[in-house]
Design a protein around this ligand. Structure first.
Ligand code: SF4
Ligand code: SF4
Length: 113
């Protein structure tokens, strides 16, 4: 096959039916403010860890809600729990507590990201 310098993108399907959303439900129950996140990215913009690593709290919230939790635990370790994200969140999400709870939650490794 001739190479044209590009290739067809692989399909990216989010299967809400089979994804494990137990972490999302756990956070909704123990930290109800998690539901208020509008994924604006304000937390990521001010995040101390994001300034030095690829960590993104906004992305983390999206993945948790989708039930794509496989890489979340390793990403969570990058957070320094400084609390700046909680101060700037326009929706009053207790992001620091969300991270603490998520760290303590045993994520199913069967999920695909
Ligand atoms: S700043 Fe608040 S509302 Fe915006 S993405 Fe972060 S947690 Fe969600
Ligand atoms: S508590 Fe964690 S996620 Fe929030 S600003 Fe600090 S390092 Fe970033």
């Amino acid at each position: 096959m001739n190479k044209f310098g590009y290739s067809v993108a692989q399909p990216r399907v989010i299967d809400y039916e089979s994804n494990d959303r137990s972490l999302s439900e756990y956070l909704n129950a123990l930290e109800p403010s998690f539901r208020r996140c509008i994924e604006c990215g304000g937390c990521s913009a001010t995040c101390t860890a994001a300034a030095y690593t690829s960590f993104s709290l906004r992305e983390l919230h999206v993945l948790i809600r989708r039930g794509e939790s496989r890489k979340i635990q390793s990403a969570l370790k990058k957070c320094m729990l400084c609390g700046k994200c909680t101060l700037v969140c326009p929706r009053g999400v207790n992001t620091r507590n969300v991270i603490t709870l998520a760290r303590n939650f045993k994520v199913s490794l069967n999920n695909a990201v």
